[in-house]
Design a protein around this ligand. Structure first.
Ligand SMILES: [Zn+2]
Length: 355
């Protein structure tokens, strides 16, 4: 059985376990890194929730060291980006740097696997780090849910210890101010802390099983789901929340006529997928002058004809185009400006100019 105490001590344990890369991160880090940078194994899985990177890495000349065969290289996780090699946050004052889809975070903190009103899923991914503002936000949201008897919420990915690009699952979540939260919560999670295994194997349920349909799956739509979305959007540090268009449509139908509700409805932005989780993005933290702000969201509730576009053939065509573009990408995105220094510990001097 997994006790709450055991779970609380988990981040460190996981960090060590993730250290499949740790034993060689010092001795072989340079080599591993050179493979990461110059090897051909890394592709890209882009989600549409943030602008895909535009530039391709140039100058793909391979240094001599990358030609050597070393058995250690086979131990690199297949889904590793260079950012996944780091097991600890970058030291220094907390700071989000760059944009959600090209950035990093210094001084990140980890979210405990359990807390009042929340439980963190998929702990083995080690993606439970974020800017302290994000950690505090999730703790406040969990407490608010508990107070309303609408918890717990199941928290999905935040980001890696230093943020940055992840090969699987996200194009964004790079600056420590993004987090995914499941809509659906199994009854067992309301009674007890889920076991480690349950957190790995339980799948999120889709509230919109038919793609591009405006209909939601009412079986999984509970009063708690609605409360979660309302509360999540209600905090001033939230910039926007990506949800499936059908979910926004459902909430518009219920609340648009009430002018008081527009403030949180407005923050809900329709986007592709997001049918089994909402994606919260915070505003750039006050301590982060190099955090790139997104364009402000348009005025109004967003419950207008722009919402209906998401159910049209045009929306499908656009999705297809984006998927085709993503499939063409072979290289990881370039390191964002201002983020090189967060990688410098692992990079031998001879390699650093290449960054
Ligand atoms: Zn997300």
């Amino acid at each position: 059985m997994t006790t709450r105490k055991t779970l609380r001590s988990l981040p460190r344990m996981l960090i060590t376990e993730r250290g499949r890369v740790a034993p060689f991160s010092n001795a072989f880090g340079g080599f591993a890194l050179s493979l990461i940078f110059y090897g051909a194994v890394l592709g890209s899985v882009a989600t549409a929730e943030a602008a895909p990177y535009q530039k391709r890495r140039s100058a793909q000349k391979k240094p001599v060291v990358a030609q050597k065969r070393n058995p250690v290289s086979t131990q690199l996780p297949l889904d590793a980006s260079v950012w996944a090699l780091f097991k600890d946050p970058a030291r220094g004052p907390a700071q989000s740097i760059g944009s959600a889809s090209a950035g990093c975070v210094q001084g990140a903190e980890s979210l405990s696997p359990d807390g009042p009103g929340y439980q963190v899923m998929r702990l083995s991914r080690g993606r439970f780090y974020g800017h302290p503002t994000l950690i505090a936000y999730l703790q406040k949201l969990g407490a608010a849910l508990e107070k309303e008897k609408a918890g717990p919420m199941l928290v999905g990915d935040l980001g890696l210890p230093r943020g940055g690009w992840m090969k699987s699952g996200h194009a964004s979540h790079q600056t420590g101010i993004d987090v995914d939260i499941w809509y659906w919560v199994p009854d067992s999670a309301k009674e007890r802390s889920l076991t480690l295994r349950e957190r790995e194997v339980t799948s999120a349920k889709s509230l919109v099983p038919v793609k591009y349909s405006p209909k939601i799956e009412t079986r999984w739509w509970k009063a708690e789901t609605e409360k979660l979305i309302q509360l999540a959007a209600g905090f001033s540090e939230v910039d926007r929340i990506f949800v499936n268009a059908a979910i926004k449509k459902e909430l518009c139908r219920k609340y648009e006529s009430d002018i008081k509700e527009v403030a949180w409805l407005r923050k809900l932005r329709p986007w592709y997928a997001h049918d089994d989780h909402l994606h919260v993005r915070l505003v750039c933290p006050a301590d982060s002058p190099d955090c790139k702000k997104q364009d402000p969201i348009p005025a109004g509730s967003g419950c207008d004809s722009s919402l209906d576009w998401w159910f049209t053939q045009d929306a499908r065509d656009e999705a297809l185009k984006n998927a085709q573009l993503a499939a063409l990408r072979k290289d990881p995105p370039p390191i964002a400006e201002g983020c090189e220094r967060l990688l410098s510990e692992l990079v031998p001097a001879s390699m650093s100019p290449e960054l």
